[in-house]
Design a protein around this ligand. Structure first.
Ligand SMILES: Nc1ncnc2c1ncn2[C@@H]1O[C@H](COP(=O)(O)OP(=O)(O)OP(=O)(O)O)[C@@H](O)[C@H]1O
Ligand SMILES: [Mg+2]
Length: 517
């Protein structure tokens, strides 16, 4: 290859210009304009292909840095296809004289003379084609121009590939953000127990305000899901929710995690770093396991809440940040205040709105609904046909106390989907402690082993109860509509509700949400 120093300098200049381009269309347009300028071509086109070989991006340019309006009528597809399939460059002084192109209609109609066409290759894979032509001069491209265009093509491959990867990443990020939004809206929170409906009502009332919210609940009850629903249903949802687990860091590191630090603030602080409070400006910060926070940090947090102000470690300058705080704890903060482990003033600041997420054992109506939800998720993820829960499996779950709450139920179902080889999940697919606890319940319940009739009746009763709750949920608590959905007379429907002690809670603001006692 014979490239002179002048051309090297040009190449270097263009490389720098391309490297700073993040946008794929810009990369292609700049590349094409420079190539036309340097090579003496009249027109040029770059096409990038996707994995399936379809055209993904295309830039067609002519002299004076203008777009070609209808490149499909102006450029020989035969030449492009030939380079694409052979993956070999074409360098032609007169395309009309070339043995394999003489008969091509497009070459003849367009009266093509000088042509350079090169494959764009990245990591040994063809992903595009560059085409240049000149229809007025035969042999317009010298051999050193061809060599130069070849070197430039390598560079365009690299720059285009980077820009494409970046674009794919951006698309993926957009898709993920969209997924996050839908994943954490109210529909993602599966429930029909009155307690959880109440929780969701509070979430919807308080989400779009700036007041701090405290989410209390046992392990695995869904506190983080609630925190996300609060953020993704607020005006702040355009920015990402920032989470800090207060139990995951020792005190000094947590302080730097929260407020950031200046260079040299402590051994190992080689660079200054923004803390989560600064990053969360305009967004929400989720302080998980706040019950684990030390008294020293509690003071600093109080200051942020009171004055929207904090000071990075090693700095004496206070900074402002507009942050909405959502905190979560497993131990009720009130009890920690009483035992002197949590500051009372901070408690009152955080406790403006307290959402208590009830444990699963206190909202048994949610168990089967959640189990079926996780079943669907697991079957999709594992690419299995959707199995059913047998009546006994449902009963077993209903009788279990779920110390690990919803997360435990989720794990139980995932495990069962793996173990279940058939279409129905049975208690044998559950861990032993669950079936044992169900048996224990039965023994507590009845002094002797139940007869077949008794056992069957129990399952039928449970089924009826679940069915009634479900159909009432579907009909928003309107009994006439629920009876119609169930194919029953309203009178019979009422009798069933009475039998199962199910009452419609008319005081609820959403009105007529079923309440079971
Ligand atoms: N109502 C619900 N609907 C659907 N999924 C739920 C529900 N509640 C909890 N989950 C799921 O259960 C799991 C545990 O929920 P999450 O992490 O929000 O609980 P947590 O209270 O923050 O737990 P921990 O106390 O361990 O931090 C998650 O996978 C979550 O998606
Ligand atoms: Mg959590």
């Amino acid at each position: 290859m014979n490239i002179d120093i002048n051309q090297y300098q040009q190449l270097l200049k263009i490389s720098k210009e391309l490297l700073i381009q993040a946008d794929i269309d810009h990369v292609l347009t700049i590349s094409m304009d420079r190539l036309i300028e340097i090579s003496g071509a009249e027109r040029g086109i770059i096409i990038l292909f996707d994995e399936a070989g379809d055209s993904l991006f295309q830039t067609a340019r002519q002299l004076e840095q203008k777009d070609i309006e209808h490149p499909e009528f102006e450029i020989s597809r035969t030449i492009i296809e030939q380079v694409r399939s052979s993956e070999q460059p074409l360098y032609l002084p007169n395309a009309m004289e070339h043995p394999s192109l003489k008969k091509s209609n497009s070459v003849g109609e367009l009266r093509l003379l000088s042509v350079i066409c090169l494959p764009l290759v990245h990591q040994k894979k063809l992903f595009g084609v560059i085409y240049l032509d000149n229809r007025t001069i035969e042999g317009a491209f010298q051999s050193d121009t061809f060599a130069f265009v070849q070197s430039f093509a390598d560079f365009i491959s690299l720059a285009a590939h980077h820009a494409l990867s970046r674009k794919q990443l951006e698309n993926r990020q957009d898709a993920l953000e969209e997924e996050l939004r839908t994943r954490y809206d109210f529909d993602a929170i599966v429930c029909h127990s009155p307690q959880m409906i109440q929780v969701l009502q509070t979430v919807s009332q308080v989400a779009d305000t700036d007041v701090p919210v405290l989410v209390e609940g046992e392990s695995g009850t869904g506190k983080e899901l609630i925190a996300r629903a609060l953020h993704y249903n607020s005006q702040r949802r355009q920015k990402p929710l920032l989470t800090v687990n207060c139990a995951a860091f020792p005190d000094d590191l947590l302080e730097s995690e929260f407020f950031g630090h200046e260079k040299g603030a402590f051994t190992g602080a080689f660079k200054s770093r923004k803390g989560k409070f600064e990053q969360a400006n305009g967004s929400t910060i989720f302080l998980d396991e706040i019950d684990e926070m030390s008294p020293a940090l509690q003071v600093k947090l109080l200051r942020v809440i009171q004055w929207c102000e904090f000071t990075p470690l090693g700095s004496d300058e206070a900074r402002k940040s507009d942050v909405r705080i959502v905190a979560a704890c497993k131990t009720p903060l009130k009890s920690l205040v009483e035992s002197g482990k949590f500051r009372e003033d901070l408690y009152y600041r955080l406790h403006v709105f307290c959402i208590k997420v009830p444990p699963l054992r206190e909202r048994k109506e949610d168990i089967i609904l959640l189990a079926e939800h996780f079943l669907k998720d697991a079957a999709i993820q594992m690419q299995k046909d959707l199995p059913k829960l047998s009546a006994i499996a449902k009963q077993t779950l209903q009788h279990y106390s779920f110390p690990g709450n919803v997360r435990e139920l989720e794990n139980i179902i995932r495990r069962a989907v793996i173990l279940c080889k058939d279409k129905t999940i049975e208690p044998e697919h559950f861990p032993e402690e669950i079936t044992k606890s169900s048996l224990k319940f039965d023994q507590d319940d009845t002094s002797q082993f139940p007869t077949f009739k008794q056992a069957k009746q129990k399952i039928v009763d449970e089924f009826e109860r679940q069915y009634l709750l479900r159909v009432l949920h579907e009909s928003n608590g309107v009994i006439a509509k629920a009876a119609q959905l169930a194919g029953m007379h309203t009178k019979n429907f009422h009798q069933k509700l009475n039998k199962h002690n199910i009452h419609i809670n008319k005081t609820n603001s959403k009105s007529q949400v079923p309440n079971s006692k």
